[in-house]
Design a protein around this ligand. Structure first.
Ligand code: ADP
Ligand code: MG
Length: 475
């Protein structure tokens, strides 16, 4: 049955003003007062679009900060207020009118996607001899150019096992992780490896959006041929790779079709590989039948790469592209961005283009700093240790006295370690001098620094918190 449509009325009746006010109240309990004032209170609620609240941020740079750091907590609070609305989308205020008019056009189009068309489609199983469309794998995404680090080693091992024996191990293979961390790359690497070793196998890579577009096209065409072709394309494959499955929610027709495709392929022993930005349990609202099926195989994640992995990824990228960049530039980029490999690549490309356009030859650190000054909130040279300490205290709602006292409570000790770490990141000071501020010796500072670095690489939420703090210090 086509579910989900029924719920639409609930979304439409939402009073956006009240919803936002209640969400604000909820979120104020979750984040520091400073972050709340700077980033959240400045947002303007624009529209509720099915399960998503669209918020407008005053500028592009603040939009980026909010989108990177606060979407998770915003969604969480939003969901508490209204469980039907579990997502947020942050836009720039100047795009508001354009986005509103696009949405109203889309709403009209969606309503033409008729249930009746789907029913006809289900009855239609006539055979026609067409060969499935060619796969659209990206050939440059391979295992060879995918760096294995502490954030992805298990997932890469699973991916290689699946590539070696598709349909035998881990079926489906479900890979999840944040934006820009390599899911699409890895999915393509699996597909390319299978094509290389077993050229006769029919491998199909699609995004969930492609799948849906194909389906709508088939449903809307007057003849039967397109529908039969659609079925053939998706059900006569040996390996189906489907990227960004989270976009399937609230698309009942698409879910229905995917569900049948999934079952049929698994039954025939064909391999399915799925990616998502979150684990099945957190894709909401996702019907239980999907959740349980996704759990049949192996669910594995890609986390945030640690510093060494980030260095390796950028170095490899620079090498593969034939870029001549100094080691310092690579370190600079690896320090500037920690949670998104795509952004790191963007900074590298931008630095190289800038050097070329300005005839600067080799990309040195100075060139990179110049090139990226509008894209990164670069370190201010005049940051003082006091500023760092004050920001940390405000962020964690503690007083300076507590920070300096011999207080061993976990949250205070951690705030102290974070302060030491951030001071060492921002200010060129010997460890002993940093230690002196806190009445500790240099080994305590080194320990704190390593501990925080380790926590950053293990815990995505914590990594984002630290990035957030860095941004607050640099403003
Ligand atoms: P996602 O699909 O998770 O959003 P992508 O697969 O598109 O991320 O990755 C973003 C970019 O980062 C791509 O250019 C990809 O090649 C690169 N990338 C991510 N992780 C790695 C890695 N471990 N080694 C090499 N490149 C990587
Ligand atoms: Mg992707």
């Amino acid at each position: 049955m086509i579910k989900g449509d029924i719920k639409k009325e609930n979304y439409i009746n939402v009073n956006i003003g009240t919803l936002w006010e209640q969400t604000l109240e909820e979120i104020s309990k979750e984040i520091s007062a400073l972050s709340y004032e700077v980033w959240i209170k400045t947002l303007e609620p624009v529209k509720v679009n099915t399960d998503t609240l669209i918020l407008a941020s005053p500028s592009a740079s603040s939009r980026n900060v909010v989108a990177t750091n606060y979407t998770t907590v915003l969604s969480k609070c939003l969901k508490k207020i209204n469980p039907n609305i579990s997502k947020v989308e942050i836009i720039v205020l100047s795009q508001k009118q354009e986005i509103l008019s696009e949405l109203s056009k889309k709403e009209q189009k969606d309503s033409t996607e008729k249930e009746s068309a789907y029913k006809t489609f289900c009855e239609d199983e006539k055979n026609s001899a067409i060969s499935p469309k060619k796969n659209s794998l990206q050939p440059n995404y391979t295992f060879d150019n995918f760096i294995v680090g502490n954030n992805n080693d298990f997932t890469v091992a699973a991916a290689k096992a699946v590539a070696k024996e598709p349909g035998i191990k881990y079926n489906p293979l479900f890979i999840y992780g944040g934006v820009g961390l390599g899911k699409t790359h890895l999915l393509n690497a699996i597909g390319n490896e299978i094509k290389k070793n077993k050229p006769n196998l029919n491998v199909l890579y699609v995004t969930t959006e492609n799948f849906q577009n194909d389906l709508i096209e088939a449903l809307q065409s007057p003849g039967q041929k397109e529908r039969v072709n659609f079925r053939k394309k998706y059900r006569q494959v040996d390996v189906l790779i489907i990227d960004d499955i989270q976009f399937i929610i609230n698309k009942p027709t698409c879910q229905e079709e995917f569900f049948h495709t999934f079952n049929e392929l698994i039954e025939m022993g064909k391999q399915i590989i799925i990616s998502s930005d979150k684990p099945p349990k957190q894709i909401n609202p996702l019907e239980e039948r999907f959740r349980s099926r996704f759990e049949w195989g192996l669910i594995t994640d890609i986390g945030i790469p640690d510093y060494d992995t980030r260095l390796a990824i950028i170095s490899k990228k620079a090498y593969d592209e034939g870029y001549v960049v100094s080691r310092e530039v690579i370190e600079y980029i690896a320090n500037a961005i920690t949670t998104n490999v795509r952004e790191m690549e963007g900074l590298l490309n931008r630095s190289v283009c800038y050097a070329e356009l300005n005839n600067r030859g080799v990309v040195t650190l100075n060139v990179a700093i110049e090139a990226l000054k509008n894209y990164l909130v670069t370190s201010r040279e005049d940051v003082k240790s006091d500023e760092v300490i004050e920001t940390v205290c405000k962020f964690y709602h503690i007083t300076k006295n507590q920070l300096f006292a011999k207080d061993r409570r976990k949250e205070i000790a951690q705030a102290r370690q974070i302060s030491m770490y951030l001071i060492s990141e921002f200010i060129d000071m010997p460890y002993a001098a940093i230690g002196k501020i806190f009445n500790k010796d240099h080994s305590t500072v080194i320990y704190a620094k390593n501990k925080i670095k380790q926590d950053i690489s293990r815990d995505r939420k914590f990594a984002i918190e630290i990035e957030d703090l860095k941004k607050l210090i640099k403003v």
